[in-house]
Each structure stands twice: as C-alpha cells, then as structure tokens.
Design a protein around this ligand. Structure first.
Ligand SMILES: [Mg+2]
Length: 502
C-alpha cells in the first residue's frame, strides 16, 4: 500500500477514510466549512505566540510533578507556582519540555518544512527523536509506524489525551486564509497516533475553541466555554455510550458532550474548587477525565491566565498535559504579553536535550511564513544562527585532511556502503566540525556547529549512530590517512540536500 497521500485536499481524504470506517468520526458538513475569519483588529502575533508558549509553559510547569495526586504533590512540593529545580539542568529552576511541547513544536516544524500537513512525514518526525514522558498510546503508534505500517493504520486504539495535547499548531497555517483544510489537518494529525473517535472529537472541539479564542476581543463568560466545546462535540460525535474508567462519575454513560453538560455545568453552578470538581470526574490522561478538567478550569479561571495554568498544574493528576492544553487556550485568548514573564523567560525553549531556543526559532519562522509577524520577545530569544560553513573550495582533490577524533559515527546509506562522521574541535574554541568521509578514507564534506552537543544531536537526527565494533561487526571502519575527494553528488550534507535540523 502506498503511504503517500492520494488526495489534494486533507478534508476529502479524511472524509474518504471516515467513509471506510478507518478514521473514526461522525462526518458532518461542519468539517467541510471554513472557520470564520479572525477579525483584523486582533493582535495575531501576541495571540499565536501566546497559544504556543502557553502550551510550552503549562507543560514545563507540570512535567516535574506529573501523575501525582494533588494532595501528594502538595505534600512534596507545596503550592507549585514556578518551575521546580530540574535534574536535567543542574537543578536550575528552568522550563524543560516533555512530549506535549516536543510533539506540538515538531508539528509546527513539520508544517514549516513540508508546506502543509503530510501525516506520513509527521509520523516520521515523531519517530526519529527521543520523546520525554511518552504515553502508552504514542509508544504503540511508534512501534507500529517504525515497523512500516502506513500512517492511517499506525495509530493506537486509545482514548488518551496524547493527540489533544499537541494539536494546537495545526491552526497556524490557516490563520490568515481560513479554509476547511483546518479540519482535515486536525483529523489527520489526531488520527495519526490515536485511532479513536473520542480523541478525534475532542481534537476538533479544542481546535474550534482555540480558533474562536484567537478571535475573541473580550473574555467570554463561564458558560460560553462549556457550551462552545459541547456544541462542537455534538456535531461530530458518534452516538457511543462511554463509561468512565473507575466509576467517576458513578452511573454515567453517554457521549463527551453529555458528560460536560451533565457534570461541568452543575459543578460551576455549585462554585466547586477545581480540586473538588475534578474529584467528581478525575483528572487523568483518559479523555473523559482530561476534557471536563480542561473545560472546568477554563470556565472558572479563563479570565486569569496565571490562575488557570496554576489550577491545572496543582489540582489535576495528568497536570502537564492539562496545563499544556489550558495554557494554549488562555494564551490564545490573552496573548503572550499576559503570561507571567518569569515563566516565559525561564523557559529554555527546547524540543530536545540541547536545542535551547528552538521553540522561539520555530515561532519566528512561522510568524514570517504565515504572515502574522514576530514579537520582539520571540525574536530576542532566537539563538544565534548556527553557521554552516560550506565545504566548497576549502580543499582540493588529494589534499590531506587531519581527522583527529577517534570516535566515529556511521550511517548505512545503501547496500555495502556507509557514510562516516567524526566531530573535531575547531581552533580557538569557536565550535566543532563534523567531518564526513567514506569507507575508503576520503573526506567529502563538513559542517560546523557551535557545540559538540549540537553536532551530536544533528548526527542523530540525520540517522548516524556511534560506531562500535559490536554493533557493526559486519563493517570495517576507515582508517587514516584521510584525503579530500569531492563526492560525485556534490556537498550532499552541508548543502542541506540530505541534512536536516541545522
Ligand atoms: Mg507530558
């Protein structure tokens, strides 16, 4: 089966997949309509950056105390209102990503790179890098996808919140030119990892909510949040009677919209705290728990981004994901300028272990590409451009090349053929150089990076592994002396043709 898209329109493709029962949703003409244009008075830069940074901040505030019950978290950490000291950053109080931020920003990176949502390639983008705090469903998807299953069959049958947490960026390409492709992209991105109606319905409803929040000029009232979310669910949800996992709430059986209407509205009327309300339906990763939590927190605290995010962080169990979704919503409504500045400034902006500033770089690129602009805040956080000096004219054929480092990286590029790499320090501590060479010790390309960590990350992303005689006992490593010989296909890596993530 072809793994490539056979349709120009993501909506038509989703409709066809829904018709075949592969993509689970009740098809409704709503999904073939463009969303309303966002009013021109809206400060889109502030709102879109707020949506994405709100997501990252919420995740980072929550992921150091994820999956604890609120009482246990309170006992261990007190009331969390800042990043906890992070063992992955020398115990500094900085914001580091987990799967929510990583997969959301890799989706944005994918959209920028491909020019649109291509689910097979988005799957590959999720599969090639390490994900932190991976949920069970995404793990199952990755196993399926890496075994060669095409994207539309690789998702796990799971009503967990793993698609909902990372769906926000699919709006961004559509903001300036709204079209029904928004719903096609939403459904493809959601279905990729989660083969489940509840996940698809919730993803459509949250994208609709985020779109409306980007358009809001005033803060909506409490019931608006509930009604807006439930009404969108009703359009596209199959008449499935879901039961809560652990009998919370007891005796409930029905659809997501019914759960929200029957339980969230009365809890609001009773003015329950988030903790008391979440005790009714629980606050784990199952969508029948996550969604009412998100809607309740937004209805109660949506006017105050700090209070909303902190309620999610402190008063729910799957707190990083719930805070990421709540953060995206309050960020879309209030803008990045309304998020507590200390949270944004202490966010390292990583999507991987050492790509500090990457989320800001992606936001800058998106603002430029999609025409809504870039804030000075985001621009100021973009790391200095990694300079990739090209190999052109640096050496002549036959020139000796000194490759000093003895740790070699290898990538199998075709049958019985490998490309090799080694990372050498540049003089004056000005960075490092990755040399690329062949089996017969000819060096054919190089790329310079600011640090060894950058270079290692880039090699991994591009399919290189550290060579060990045990793992690769079928190949022999090249040995010095090395000499320069141009590659028959030119500078295959430094030109960017076969190199990503610079
Ligand atoms: Mg997470």
């Amino acid at each position: 089966m072809s793994t490539h898209r056979g349709f120009e329109s993501s909506v038509l493709e989703c409709k066809a997949l829904a018709g075949q029962g592969i993509l689970k949703i009740r098809w409704h003409e709503f999904l073939e309509r463009a969303p309303d244009a966002i009013p021109s008075e809206i400060n889109l830069v502030d709102r879109v950056e707020g949506m994405m940074l709100g997501l990252a901040v919420g995740d980072s505030l929550g992921n150091t105390s994820e999956s604890m019950l609120p009482s246990g978290r309170q006992a261990a950490y007190g009331h969390v209102d800042n990043y906890l000291p992070n063992r992955h950053a020398h115990s500094r109080r900085v914001g580091l990503p987990s799967d929510d931020t990583q997969m959301a920003f890799w989706t944005l990176e994918h959209l920028l790179r491909e020019g649109g949502l291509e689910p097979q390639y988005l799957g590959a983008a999720f599969a090639r890098r390490q994900i932190y705090g991976l949920g069970m469903a995404v793990r199952e998807f990755l196993t399926n996808f890496k075994s060669g299953m095409p994207w539309m069959h690789a998702g796990a049958s799971s009503a967990g919140n793993g698609a909902l947490m990372r769906i926000a960026p699919v709006l961004i390409p559509h903001i300036k030119s709204p079209g029904p492709g928004l719903w096609g992209d939403t459904l493809m991105a959601a279905h990729l990892t989660h083969n489940d109606a509840l996940s698809n319905v919730a993803s459509v409803a949250i994208v609709d909510l985020l779109w409306k929040l980007l358009s809001c000029e005033t803060v909506p009232d409490r019931l608006w949040w509930v009604e807006t979310f439930a009404a969108t669910c009703e359009l596209v949800e199959p008449a499935t009677h879901y039961q809560p996992r652990m009998g919370h709430p007891a005796d409930f059986s029905g659809t997501l919209s019914q759960l929200i209407r029957q339980y969230v509205v009365p809890a609001l009327e009773a003015d329950l705290s988030v903790t008391d309300a979440c005790a009714i339906w629980h606050s784990g990763a199952y969508l029948l728990e996550t969604v009412p939590c998100v809607v309740y927190i937004l209805a109660r605290h949506g006017h105050d981004p700090e209070a909303a995010i902190l309620a999610a962080v402190n008063e729910t169990k799957d707190n990083d994901t719930i805070a990421a979704i709540v953060g995206a919503a309050v960020g879309a409504l209030h803008g990045v300028s309304a998020l507590p500045p200390q949270w944004v400034s202490a966010l390292l902006g990583r999507t991987e272990s050492a790509d500090d500033g990457r989320v800001f770089e992606l936001l800058r690129d998106a603002g430029n590409k999609y025409g809504y602009g870039v804030s000075t805040l985001v621009a100021s956080r973009v790391p200095a451009k990694i300079t990739v000096r090209t190999a052109k004219a640096a050496f002549a054929a036959g020139d000796p090349v000194k490759v000093l480092r003895k740790i070699y990286w290898v990538k199998i590029v075709s049958f019985l053929q490998q490309n090799w790499a080694a990372i050498d320090d540049l003089p004056d501590a000005s960075g490092v150089r990755i040399w690329f060479f062949s089996d017969v010790s000819t060096v054919f390309d190089f790329i310079d990076y600011p640090s060894r960590a950058n270079a290692r990350a880039a090699l991994r992303v591009n399919g290189f592994s550290v060579f060990t005689a045990e793992d690769f006992d079928f190949i022999a490593r090249p040995s010095p002396p090395f000499e320069w010989q141009s590659h028959p296909n030119g500078e295959i890596y430094s030109s960017g043709r076969y190199w990503i993530g610079q």
